[in-house]
Design a protein around this ligand. Structure first.
Ligand code: NAP
Length: 259
């Protein structure tokens, strides 16, 4: 499993992590992924999967990076503190490795939210702070209100068919040492199905599957990691096999022209 730096920190994270939105696989797929090095697990208070993540990581706590999120409706100062406490409890840990704001919400002034997050880092309840679904402008504002720590990641929609972040957000994150955590990297499973001509051709050329090619295309971008969700051990193992090799420049060019 290839590793990448988390933001501007010295922490290394796997380029393939494990998503858990609408996850129903129980502990085994997550544990299989962790054993293969996919040791970053993404969850959220809004997913109702923090408890199963907590159970899955029990034998591996020190090896796993837990990324969870505070919901956009809980961004008032005291709500952030309460949400974090509830997440710690459900996950069964003393500290959340990466705590992310799930969605920006203009109802709550961002300085209030960031002040609460700073308190959580100061208290040792959270190691690193990230955001999700933030634009460049929103990232700048959030960082401005959070002067003592870096915002290390932005979790956003990114896959071969959804590439709007390439215009502004992806270059901004690269220039500012922010990890892009690509969600829905398989386009909710649609990129795994045989039938797309170029994807199938490159899968045949590389001896990989369509899912592995689609994920590898994402992680070929320097500061991008992916968090596919899979309910079975077999699909999780397959997704982990998207790391440890690289598409050729010609294959990348073909994919980018086709999609
Ligand atoms: N921050 C946000 O706002 C946000 C929004 C959406 C998602 N996310 C995060 O990103 C994660 C991933 O996104 P996602 O769940 O939307 O979509 P995804 O990972 O692109 O796709 C998941 C779908 O693909 C299927 N799949 C996975 N691996 C496969 C394989 N190797 N072969 C065939 N099918 C495969 C899964 O099947 P099975 O389920 O049947 O195994 C599931 O139906 C989420 O779980 C969540 O952690 C975050």
């Amino acid at each position: 499993m290839n590793l990448k730096k988390l933001g501007n920190t010295e922490v290394l994270v796997p380029e393939i992590g494990l998503g858990t939105w609408s996850y129903e696989g129980g502990v085994e797929p997550l544990r299989a992924g962790i054993k293969l090095g996919a040791s970053l697990i993404d969850t959220a208070e809004g997913y109702y999967t923090e408890d199963i993540v907590g159970e899955a990581i029990l034998p591996f706590r020190d090896e796993v990076i837990i990324a969870t999120k505070v919901s956009g409706r809980n961004l008032a100062h005291d709500s952030v503190l309460r949400s974090c406490e509830a997440s710690l409890e459900k996950l069964g840990v003393d500290c959340i490795d990466l705590y992310q704001i799930h969605w920006p919400n203009p109802v709550y002034p961002i300085d209030e939210t960031m002040r609460a997050l700073e308190k959580l880092v100061d208290r040792g309840c959270v190691s690193y702070v990230g955001v999700s679904n933030f634009s460049v402008r929103q990232m700048r504002e959030a960082q401005h209100c959070f002067p003592n720590y870096p915002i290390v990641s932005n979790q956003v929609l990114y896959n071969l068919r959804s590439r709007s972040i390439e215009r502004e957000l992806l270059p901004y994150c690269l220039d500012n040492d922010v990890t892009v955590m690509a969600y829905t990297p398989l386009d909710a499973g649609r990129l795994c199905r045989r039938g797309d001509w170029v994807l199938s051709r490159i899968a045949a050329e590389t001896g990989k599957t369509e899912a592995q090619v689609a994920l590898n295309w994402c992680v070929c971008h320097e500061n991008v990691i992916v968090i596919p969700k899979a309910d079975s051990v077999a699909k999780t193992v397959e997704n982990c096999g998207a790391s440890g090799w690289r598409l050729s420049p010609e294959q990348l060019r073909m994919l980018e022209e086709w999609f």
